[in-house]
Structures are given as structure tokens and as C-alpha cells.
Design a protein around this ligand. Structure first.
Ligand SMILES: NC(=O)c1ccc[n+]([C@@H]2O[C@H](COP(=O)([O-])OP(=O)(O)OC[C@H]3O[C@@H](n4cnc5c(N)ncnc54)[C@H](OP(=O)(O)O)[C@@H]3O)[C@@H](O)[C@H]2O)c1
Length: 280
């Protein structure tokens, strides 16, 4: 069977995470991946040297692609699609661009099958989670292919496109929120006498271990907390302090604020309902 040809637009952090993940997992061969970048030659050179992918000679290299991966910032999507569209031979187009609706892409690249993905930062270490929404008309075979590729970056969950802002807030911004919490814990650990290195080591392992325990036991965060929190004990003393500061409520509001911001940022990349040719 012929190997599928992949054309990646952009040579930034997300493109690299994708290329590293799929080549490391062996779900795509480096020689089948072509990458185009706008201006930073050194980024493209790095990907070529480090992963063995090909630098695209021009946009016309996209013509033979089975899959086009859009890995540019949302503000650069319109221009990238304008440059790519004349060369696309009805491929599947996987977009990582936050906030950009599939209908916006389909409108600019008629005939492509669209897939929209929202990965999070841990995809860089193949331990992320990617929320994915398939456009109408994407076949089961193509869905399975994209699922296999994205699984090389971590877990994959399928969602309807209207939940993309929610996914952006929960799993996309999630690593930022958890790190914010850890910042406070790290400062306290140092105040209590640990070196920054030891404090970091204790906290990182605590976070990773907590995530693994939640996943393996299949229990809720509340259940896990109750397991740690004995009456009148140390955890309870700390949680009382958090409750006094309404921290849980603020965390809740923080996630809602992130989702609202995602929706606001995406407004520029939505078609008016009358223009739309794709639903969720
Ligand atoms: N990084 C993440 O963890 C993450 C997570 C979720 C979603 N995303 C999404 O992934 C997308 C890429 O993010 P990123 O972090 O990888 O950004 P990035 O590091 O800034 O990379 C963007 C790349 O796109 C290239 N580019 C821009 N316009 C182009 C054009 N017209 N033709 C070809 N290449 C072009 C840039 O080239 P130059 O450098 O030469 O300008 C740059 O290499 C964004 O839409 C973001 O929302 C990223």
C-alpha cells in the first residue's frame, strides 16, 4: 500500500510536536512528510536535520498530499490557506489553529475534508490530550487515519466542534492553570526550607503521580482528595485555607473566562450563518 503523503504548513512548536510524535511512533515516515515555512529558515532546517523530513520546494508540493496539516497561528491562517488552496488536490486538512472554524477553512479550500484539533502543550512529550472534531463527509477510514496520527501525541477525544472553546479552556489552558497552582506550592515549599530543585522534584512527581492515580483508579478528584484528607489532619488544614479564599469558585470562573475568551478570539474565523456550508 502506498504511504500517505503529508504536507505540513508551519515549522513552529506545534508542527514539531506533530512531526516528532508521528515519526517516533512510526505512524508516518519522515520521507513522506514535507514542510513549508514562511520565513524562519532555521526552524525548517532544524526539522529537516532532526527528524529527516523534507523541506517543501514550493506550495506546489502540496498537490500530492493526502493530508495537509495546518500549524500556523490563527492570525496567519487566512494567508496560509490563500497560498495553499490553488495546489490542493482534495486532501484531508487537519487544522491545529485555535478558534478557526472548519467552515472557514472549507470555504477557502473547496473540496477538502476538514478535521479540527485542539491539542495541549504535553503533546510535545507525547503525553498530551487532543480534542478532535471531524467535518462532515470525512470517511471512517480518514477518521481512523487521523486518530492514529494524533494518538502518537497522547490521548485523543472526539467532540462536536461547538465544544472546541470548552476544550481550549479545559485541556488547552489546563497545563497553565495547573502550573499556576504549582507556582504557589513551589514558593511555599522553598519557604519551608527546600532548595528550588528539590521543591520542583517533589511537586512534579506529586502532580504526575496524582494524575496517574486518578486515571488508574478511575475515581473523581473529590474522592481522591477525601482519601488524602483525614479529619483534623494536614490536608484539611490546607483545604480550609483554600476554601476561605473561595479558590474552588475562582478556579471555576477561570475556566469559564478562558472559554469565553476562546469564543471571542474565534469570532474573526467564523462564517456568517448564511455563508456557512458546514455544521458541527
Ligand atoms: N504549541 C502548542 O502547544 C499548541 C497547542 C494548541 C494549539 N496550537 C495551535 O497550533 C498553531 C501553531 O502554533 P505554534 O505554537 O506552533 O506557533 P509557532 O511556533 O509560532 O509556529 C507557527 C509557524 O507557522 C509559520 N507560518 C506562518 N504563516 C505561514 C505561511 N503563510 N506559510 C507557511 N508557514 C507560515 C511560521 O513561520 P515563521 O516562523 O517563518 O514566521 C511558524 O513557523 C496555532 O494556531 C495554535 O493555536 C498550538
Amino acid at each position: 500500500m502506498a504511504h500517505k503523503q503529508i504536507f505540513v504548513i508551519g515549522a513552529g512548536a506545534m508542527a514539531e510536536a506533530f512531526i516528532r510524535g508521528v515519526t517516533k511512533a512510526g505512524v508516518a515516515r519522515p520521507q513522506d512528510i514535507r514542510v513549508i515555512n514562511r520565513s524562519r529558515v532555521e526552524r525548517l532546517t532544524k526539522l529537516v536535520q532532526q527528524y529527516g523530513v523534507q523541506a517543501a520546494a514550493s506550495w506546489s508540493d502540496a498537490t500530492g498530499a493526502d493530508l495537509v496539516v495546518l500549524a500556523v497561528k490563527p492570525a496567519d491562517v487566512t494567508e496560509a490557506l490563500r497560498l495553499a488552496a490553488p495546489h490542493l488536490n482534495r486532501p484531508l486538512l487537519l487544522s491545529f489553529a485555535a478558534g478557526v472554524n472548519q467552515s472557514y477553512i472549507a470555504d477557502r479550500c473547496p473540496g477538502v475534508g476538514t478535521v479540527r484539533a485542539m491539542p495541549n502543550l504535553p503533546v510535545s512529550v507525547q503525553c498530551g490530550v487532543t480534542a478532535v472534531a471531524y467535518g462532515p463527509g470525512v470517511s471512517e477510514v480518514d477518521r481512523a487515519y487521523v486518530f492514529e496520527l494524533l494518538s502518537a501525541l497522547g490521548d485523543v477525544v472526539e467532540i462536536p466542534e461547538h465544544l472546541m472553546d470548552a476544550a481550549t479552556a479545559v485541556s488547552g489552558s489546563g497545563p497553565g492553570f495547573l502550573s499556576y497552582f504549582l507556582e504557589g506550592m513551589e514558593a511555599a515549599a522553598i519557604r519551608l526550607g527546600f532548595s528550588p530543585e528539590l521543591a520542583r522534584k517533589l511537586l512534579v512527581k506529586t502532580m504526575a503521580g496524582t494524575a496517574l492515580t486518578l486515571s488508574e483508579w478511575g475515581v473523581s478528584p473529590e474522592t481522591l482528595r477525601q482519601r488524602v484528607m483525614s479529619p483534623k489532619g494536614t490536608t484539611e488544614a490546607g483545604v480550609k485555607q483554600l476554601d476561605a479564599g473561595y479558590v474552588r469558585g475562582y478556579v471555576y470562573e477561570a475556566v469559564l473566562a478562558a472559554a469565553a475568551r476562546s469564543a471571542e478570539m474565534g469570532k474573526a474565523y467564523q462564517l456568517a450563518p448564511s455563508e456557512s456550508n458546514q455544521g458541527d
